[in-house]
Design a protein around this ligand. Structure first.
Ligand SMILES: [Zn+2]
Length: 103
C-alpha cells in the first residue's frame, strides 16, 4: 500500500469526494485507511441501563486506499505515488508530478 499513516490525502471517490485530510490509521493488509473527517458514520448507542439516554457517536470509517490521492508534501498537489529503489537500496515513494522522493 502506498498510503501511510500521517499522510495528507485527497478523497477522489465516494460521498466525500474532494475532501482532504490526514490519514489517522492504515490497514495495509486490508488496503484500507482511515482519513480524518472523511467517511463519517454515526453509531447509535443504547443506554446501558433503563432510563439512561442513548448516545450517537460519529466516527471516521475506513475507506479504500484506492479512493484517495496522496497530497505531495513537496509540490502540494494531489498525486499518484510511484515507487523507486533509493540509493541506499530501500524502496521509496515518489511523487508522479514532481518526481521528488516522499518520506
Ligand atoms: Zn510532488
Amino acid at each position: 500500500m502506498r498510503i501511510k499513516k500521517g499522510d495528507n490525502v485527497k478523497v477522489i471517490a465516494g460521498k466525500d469526494r474532494g475532501k482532504t485530510g490526514k490519514v489517522i490509521q492504515a490497514f495495509p493488509q486490508l488496503g484500507k485507511i482511515v482519513v480524518e473527517n472523511a467517511n463519517m458514520l454515526k453509531k447509535h448507542l443504547r443506554g446501558k441501563q433503563k432510563g439512561q439516554q442513548g448516545q450517537v457517536i460519529e466516527f471516521s470509517a475506513p475507506l479504500s486506499a484506492t479512493n484517495v490521492l496522496l497530497i505531495c508534501p513537496k509540490c502540494a498537489k494531489p498525486s499518484r505515488v510511484g515507487m523507486k529503489v533509493l540509493e541506499d537500496g530501500k524502496k521509496g515513494r515518489t511523487c508522479k508530478k514532481c518526481k521528488e522522493v516522499i518520506e
